[in-house]
Each structure stands twice: as structure tokens, then as C-alpha cells.
Design a protein around this ligand. Structure first.
Ligand code: FES
Length: 394
């Protein structure tokens, strides 16, 4: 049998083998330092970032905008306008993670040095970190953060190009990021922001919003309070008002406090828009869990014992029925890392070994397998009896 080119192939292979052996024997034992692909991957997916506060400014009489840069400078990783950042603060030796919608634009993060901003309103007495940011955080302070989180952003393959943003209170921040990106020319969409506030001096980032008005960005302020001199829209973000500012195929983005969220859930049903055109961002952790259908109201004021297993450690701590497992752990100084704190991302996924619990229907991001094997998202899970959970060792 004659195999065409056989000797040529064998000769060629032996020459290649010899060349490779020569290259190996003459190569340096020290690994190559040049790793362009790895450098790009590390820049775009850095994991945890070390951030430093470089600027703090007033966003309204009750809110502040805080600007962070990477310690040592440089660009920040890319993200989509509308996403959030998770920041870890250390207070009294306890690590407390909180998610904040990013109010700066993606293009501002990609400058050198790039920056990222959050806008945070002072709480009404129930927001430890909100008040810390407003009252105590100062320039030069450092925090750890991870960014580019969440699904609340414009996706041209999925969404209509006309966007109507329904915002309430501090929920305007992701839309400020979108508006900046559109005005900068790096996001191809038309945005109308219907922004509900209780009073005119309660409008957050008013000057910024005014400056963002352009042919593709419109801001409509809607006041629910009674101010005789107010010239803009009044009342709430009703279906009728939303219809007035909707033109053609539209995707609705909704972000605001939970009370507004519940109201708008009913109003947007009246718009006859397909479900894929309505995007909700749950803002922060579930409040008033007892108001959800199916919650056993008689339990709401009880306090149970939560046993937390971490490797060989075992802690027994009090857990109030109206607070999530994450909050109970934080209160006791037990670190349970979180990102979204609204049940969406699964970062706080926790195994339940024993006990009954209630999962907020608005924050039930569990996979089917998690339900079957008794895993919960601890930030959206509330105890209904004494419980035992197993959490990762930090
Ligand atoms: S922190 Fe995202 S699900 Fe709990």
C-alpha cells in the first residue's frame, strides 16, 4: 500500500518535534510576565474592589451623593446603566453589606481615573447605613465593593427603544445613570422619567435631572403633596398619567419604595402592555412582610431562636418574625454576605436545617432545586418558628 506524502509528513513532524525541544530547553524558567488577556479579564471582572471616597455632595436636603474611585486610581469595571453596586461597611467591627443603585454613568467609570457614584437618602430612623453615609462618611474613607450587579438595565435585543421610567423617591437613581449615558451618546434609547415626589424640596438630584433634559431625555415631575404654586403634574403615577407620556412600543422600568411598587403593580396592569415590557427593580429589602398574602399575621410580633451553624461554630441568636434571617445575623455580629438584599441574586443562599419560614413572594428568586433541598435566600426569608441554618465560613 502506498501512502501519499507519508515520508514527508513523518520528516516534517520530526523537524517540528526537534524545534519544540530546542525552544523548551532554551526557554527561561521564569514565567512570562506579559499576560494581555489576563490583564483585560482582571480589569473587567476584578471581583472585590478597594474604593475610596473622593467627593460628597448634597443631592437634596435629605440625600447625599458619594463619589468613589479605585484606591490607586485607574478605570473601574464596565457596567450597565441601571445596575447596582454592593458596598461593605465596617461598623463597630461588624461587616454590613448594602446594595445601592449607581447614579453615575458607565462612561464615567471607564475614564481614567474612573468613578462611581451612589445617592443615598437619610432614613426615617430605620436605616443604619443610610444614616452613616449621610452623617459620618467622609472623604478618604475606604470601603470594599463589587459592581455591575442586577438585571435592571436596558437590553436592546429585548426592550423597546422608547423607555418610560416610573420612579419614586430615591428610586430615581438608576434612571439618572441611564439619562447620563443616553445624553453622552453611549446608550441608544429614548427615555421619559415620570418621577413622583411628596414635595418639591424632596426631589432628589433635581439640578442634575434638569441638566440632562435633551431631545432623547425628558423628566416629568409629579407631586403628591399639596403645593399651590406647583406648575407640574400632580397626584400619583396612575395608569392615566403613564398613558399620557407613552408613545408607541414602550418598555416600562419601575423603581421606588415598596409602597409605590405595590401601587404601580396594579396601575401597569391597566396599560395592557405585555409582561416582557415591564421591568421592576425591587428597591432594598422587604419591609412589612406581614402585608403579603399568605403571611400568618398572628406570628408577626414573635421572636424566635435562630441557631446558626458555621463549621464547628454554633450560635443561638434571637430572630424577629418581621426581620429577615440576614438582619438577625447582622444584629448578632454574624457575617452573612449579601449583594442585592431583595432575594434576587442568590448571594446569601443558605441551607435551612430545621424550622418554618416565610419567603417574600416579591423576592423569591430561588431555583426549583433550591426549594426542593431547602435552600433559601436569607435576605428574603423570615422565621415562623425556631430555626437552624447553616452558613458558609468566612
Ligand atoms: S443578597 Fe441577593 S438574594 Fe440575598
Amino acid at each position: 500500500m502506498k501512502i501519499k506524502g507519508f515520508l514527508k509528513d513523518v520528516g516534517g513532524a520530526s523537524r517540528v518535534t526537534k524545534a519544540r525541544l530546542n525552544a523548551f530547553s532554551s526557554a527561561s524558567a521564569i514565567p512570562e510576565k506579559v499576560d494581555p488577556i489576563g490583564d483585560v479579564a482582571r480589569e473587567w471582572h476584578p471581583g472585590t474592589l478597594d474604593l475610596e471616597v473622593v467627593k460628597i455632595s448634597d443631592a437634596s436636603p435629605t440625600a447625599k451623593t458619594v463619589r468613589f474611585q479605585k484606591v490607586g486610581g485607574g478605570k473601574l469595571p464596565p457596567f450597565y446603566a441601571g445596575q447596582f453596586i454592593s458596598l461593605a461597611f465596617v461598623l463597630d467591627g461588624k461587616v454590613l453589606c448594602r446594595p445601592y443603585s449607581i447614579s453615575s454613568a458607565p462612561f464615567e467609570a471607564r475614564q481614567d481615573p474612573g468613578f462611581v457614584e451612589i445617592t443615598v437618602r437619610r432614613s426615617k430612623g430605620d436605616g443604619l447605613i443610610c444614616d452613616y453615609i449621610n452623617n459620618d462618611l467622609k472623604i478618604g474613607d475606604r470601603v470594599k465593593g463589587s459592581m455591575g450587579l442586577g438585571q435592571f438595565y436596558y437590553e436592546p435585543l429585548r426592550d423597546a427603544k422608547n423607555l418610560v421610567a416610573l420612579a419614586g423617591g430615591i428610586g430615581v437613581t438608576p434612571f439618572v445613570s441611564m439619562a447620563k449615558e443616553i445624553k453622552h451618546g453611549t446608550m441608544d434609547a429614548n427615555l421619559t422619567i415620570l418621577y413622583g415626589s411628596a414635595a418639591s424640596n424632596d426631589i432628589i438630584l433635581k439640578d442634575t435631572l434638569d441638566a440632562l433634559e435633551c431631545d432623547r431625555v425628558h423628566v416629568v415631575h409629579v407631586l403628591s403633596g399639596d403645593e399651590p404654586d406647583w406648575k407640574g403634574e400632580r397626584g400619583f403615577l396612575s395608569a392615566e398619567l403613564i398613558r399620557k407620556y407613552t408613545k408607541g412600543d414602550t418598555t416600562y422600568f419601575i423603581c421606588g419604595p415598596q409602597v409605590m411598587y405595590k401601587f404601580l403593580r396594579e396601575e401597569v396592569k391597566k396599560l395592557d402592555a405585555p409582561a416582557r415590557r415591564i421591568r421592576f427593580e425591587m428597591f432594598g429589602q422587604t419591609k412589612d412582610v406581614a402585608s403579603f398574602p399568605g403571611y400568618p399575621a398572628e406570628k408577626k410580633d414573635e421572636t424566635f431562636t435562630l441557631t446558626v451553624m458555621r463549621g464547628v461554630h454554633k450560635d443561638e441568636i434571637p430572630a424577629r418574625a418581621n426581620e429577615s434571617l440576614v438582619v438577625a445575623c447582622e444584629r448578632a455580629g454574624i457575617v452573612l454576605l449579601t449583594d442585592c438584599r431583595s432575594g434576587e441574586c442568590g448571594f446569601c443562599r443558605t441551607k435551612v436545617l430545621k424550622g418554618e419560614y416565610f419567603v417574600s413572594p416579591e423576592g423569591d428568586g430561588r431555583r426549583a432545586a433550591d426549594r426542593d433541598f431547602n435552600y433559601v435566600h436569607a435576605c428574603a426569608t423570615f422565621p415562623l418558628s425556631d430555626m437552624t441554618i447553616k452558613i458558609p465560613i468566612e
